[in-house]
Design a protein around this ligand. Structure first.
Ligand code: NAP
Length: 375
């Protein structure tokens, strides 16, 4: 019979959740994981999964405990995700836990991937360890921490976060197409951090032609560059665009239709771009492209517009979270673009309702984060 999860256990898990953040932008397609070893309420080791191929959080905590000259035997391990039981880039954590003779394991969230799904906790229980999988706020926080990993593990597609900068009247560009800059500098810096944390960044060809963006993560802490993805049915992206010219700095993928001119596709391929061919209506092509990007191991995608593509993603029900910078300006004009085009909901009852919404200031802008789906 397992013991009750105490307030002390929850505090240790909260600390483990903070530690897990240390891997953000570094470990994909792996999950973010933090771990604490404690004995009688005192922390004797801590660790997190810091880089792809590197030590798992549990093993990092065991090593850190021993580096302090302490023995983990008989201690409690707090970990934000169930320990793995399979051989991947690292040996199974269950083996390390058993070898360290840890007595109790408190887990904040289960791992939905096929090779995990409770196997690790089962093995540990069979070996006589006390294993708790908590519920409550720590479990919810642990699931939120790994939305990209969870969605990819469950349905094989990247998590989609749609980011836009809009005016108070909901416009993302003027009637003439000018959109630089709607949000302030702090908001744009934050967006660069989100790029660094994403496996992919995506725009439609309308934005690529209008703005000639680079879409790289220009932020000091960036350790990786996202794959830049352009939805471009006719493969019109100019070879002289910044996106193509910067292929050596970050990968580029173009989503084209089968009817795109073969010579355009070949020219883009020759420049080093990956060309993915998808058929169907706009929403169907979005779904097809996401499945293909997922197959290639991409677990998260930052959708940066414009309105036509954002509308297609919404029509395909493929937006998991919206991040909207609302700037203190009014643009006006019936021809000025809204955040999203597409078909949209027929009635208000059919409208997508956010599961949760948070807001904060970003210098002069208001940043709204709305979660539409949870994994
Ligand atoms: N404020 C902001 O946050 C923000 C962000 C981005 C853009 N913008 C502004 O938005 C304007 C551009 O907007 P836009 O709507 O013209 O551009 P967009 O959404 O970037 O691109 C739309 C184009 O993408 C192509 N496309 C390919 N596959 C698609 C699919 N499955 N679904 C939908 N579209 C697909 C279509 O052209 P093909 O059929 O030729 O492929 C479509 O016309 C610019 O003024 C830009 O500055 C503002």
């Amino acid at each position: 019979m397992s013991a009750v999860v105490t307030a002390q256990d929850r505090l240790q898990l909260q600390r483990a959740l903070e530690l897990a953040e240390g891997g953000r932008g570094r470990v994909s397609p792996n999950p973010l994981v933090g771990a604490i070893l404690a004995r009688q309420g005192e922390v004797i080791g801590e660790g997190f999964h810091a880089e792809l191929g590197g030590l798992h959080a549990e093993v990092a905590a065991i090593h850190e405990c021993r580096a302090r000259g302490l023995d983990p035997a008989g201690s409690t391990l707090y970990v934000t995700l169930e320990p793995c039981a399979h051989h991947g880039r690292q040996p199974p954590c269950t083996e390390a836990i058993l070898e360290a003779r840890i007595a109790r394991v408190v887990i904040a969230s289960e791992d939905p991937s096929e090779k995990a799904s409770g196997r690790g906790p089962g093995i540990l229980r069979d070996e006589g360890l006390e294993v708790e999988v908590v519920g409550g706020p720590e479990a919810a926080a642990a699931r939120l921490l790994n939305q990209a990993f969870r969605k990819h593990a469950r349905i094989g597609r990247p998590l989609v976060i749609a980011k836009s900068a809009l005016s108070l009247d909901g416009r993302v560009a003027t009637t003439g197409g000018d959109s630089r800059w709607i949000s302030g500098e702090a908001s744009r810096r934050l967006a660069h951090r989100w790029r660094a944390e994403s496996d992919a960044v995506c725009v439609g060809i309308g934005t690529a032609l209008a703005d000639d963006p680079l879409l790289t993560a220009r932020e000091p802490g960036a350790v990786r560059q996202p794959t830049r993805v352009v939805f471009d049915s006719e493969a019109r992206l100019p070879l002289s665009s910044k996106l193509v010219e910067s292929i050596d700095a970050a990968p580029l993928a173009v989503i084209a239709r089968p009817a795109a001119p073969a010579e355009r596709i070949e020219a883009l391929k020759a420049s080093g771009a990956l060309v993915i061919v998808c058929d169907g209506d706009p929403a169907g092509r979005v779904a097809g492209a996401l499945a293909e990007l997922g197959r290639r191991g991409l677990t998260s995608l930052l959708l940066e517009g414009g309105p036509t593509l954002t509308g297609a993603f919404l029509d395909a029900s493929e937006v998991d979270e919206l991040r909207l910078f609302v700037a203190p300006i009014v643009i006006g004009g019936a021809g000025a673009s809204p955040v999203a085009g597409g078909t949209g909901a027929a009635t208000i009852t059919d409208a997508t309702r956010a599961l949760a919404m948070e807001w904060e200031r970003s210098d002069g802008d208001l940043l709204i984060r709305a979660r539409l789906r949870e994994w």
